[in-house]
Design a protein around this ligand. Structure first.
Ligand code: PEP
Length: 251
């Protein structure tokens, strides 16, 4: 009942021409995929060219961050009104933004509400650090993040949201969570909170992606779990061959 999603977070990689070229490499295989929602999230500067490249296809675009205000004196920032002309999704609360750019659950929540107010669909990232994991407080940390990041959303808004569970210790390390371990967080921690906040039907319908060192070797097993509805992919989304393999693994 939930359509799997495979979303590529390119992070601060690929300029304008590289964005065009990488999309053109993937395009022959990915332009008309059915049964999996394929999302590409290039840096802001690539979104315009990416839009032109994918507009005749089923490939969707996302941004990697956003300010919550519509416009104003926020040097260097990008607003939801700007993004909605370019893309459908926006990644919010990525752990790199939380760790390096001071994002908190409070600012993530403001961004989630602003994105939804403008018709953008948030991909909200949550996940525990290595220290938190080793202290046995994963459930506590992830629960707090999900509740705070989605505070104040109504059911209709919640339906537009995708959650990405990304244990910080698994991002870019080559050390993915085990499929069973990740699924346990999705199924026993995040899903019950979504059901509690938005009701059983909406909570069961919301997608929860896994992110953290997903690669063509481990994707099928991860995506095969009951509550893992696809992946948010960093490193392996930067090569056409591996990203295509991940989309196929989610079919
Ligand atoms: C990410 O940054 O969202 C991510 C999951 O990265 P990687 O796939 O490289 O671990």
């Amino acid at each position: 009942m939930r359509t799997p999603m495979v979303a590529g977070n390119w992070k601060m990689n690929k300029g304008l021409y590289e964005t065009r070229d990488l999309i053109r490499e993937m395009y022959p295989v990915l332009h008309a995929v059915e049964g999996v929602e394929v999302v590409i999230c290039p840096p802001f500067v690539g979104l315009g060219v990416a839009k032109r490249e994918v507009e005749a296809s089923t490939i969707k675009l996302g941004a990697q961050n956003m300010h919550w205000a519509d416009s104003g004196a926020f040097t260097g920032e990008i607003s939801p009104t700007m993004l909605k002309e370019l893309c459908e999704y926006v990644i919010l609360g990525h752990s790199e933004r939380r760790a390096m750019f001071g994002e908190t659950d409070e600012t993530v929540n403001k961004k989630v509400l602003a994105a939804l107010a403008h018709g953008l669909k948030p991909i909200v990232c949550v996940g525990e650090t290595l220290e938190e994991n080793q202290s046995g407080i994963t459930a506590e940390v992830v629960s707090r993040q999900v509740r705070a990041d989605l505070e104040g959303l109504n059911q209709e808004q919640a339906e537009q949201v995708v959650i990405a569970y990304e244990p910080v210790w698994a991002i870019g390390t080559g050390l993915a969570a085990t499929p069973e371990g990740a699924n346990a967080v999705h199924k026993d921690v995040i899903r019950p909170i979504l059901r509690d906040m938005f009701g059983e039907t909406i909570g069961d319908g919301m997608r929860i992606l896994y992110g953290g060192s997903v690669n063509p070797g481990n994707a099928a097993e991860l995506f095969g779990q009951s509550d893992i509805d696809g992946g948010l992919i960093g490193g392996a989304s930067l090569k056409a061959e591996s990203f295509i393999a991940l989309v196929k693994a989610a079919m």
